[in-house]
Unconditional design. Sequence first.
Length: 152
Amino acid sequence: MRIAGHPVHPALVHFPVAFWSLASILDGLVITGVMHETPLAWYCHVLGSVMAVPALFTGWLEFARLEQRIVAPAMRHMMLMGSAWICYLAALFTRTVHLVPIQAPGGITYFFSAIGFLLLMWGGWQGGELVYRHGAGSMIDSSHDDASSTTR
């Protein structure tokens, strides 16, 4: 999906990355005893998981436009980010009862949050490689893009 010839995916990924990162930071502060459990981490897990849906959807649309030479790195990026999403969903579900955050989630919640964060960082790095090393989403080397298009 593109607006005015620009891919939408890079603009949308900042939201789940920010919410999930904050959730993991808050979880880390709880684990280290710097602060007590807060429902803010739960809300960050929810918002990150919800905002990941449009980011994933637009990523799939951009994937269909990629040149064959960068399909393998794109698959690696997608697998890492999808795995991060699954970990954050697991962290969310293990800290939720009846759609409400529980007061003291168990260690498995923090485990999933930490693994999700590592996968998120690695997958984000791979996304940067796609753009900055391989030129994914650029209009320069793609003959089928034009600046006058409104949505693709």
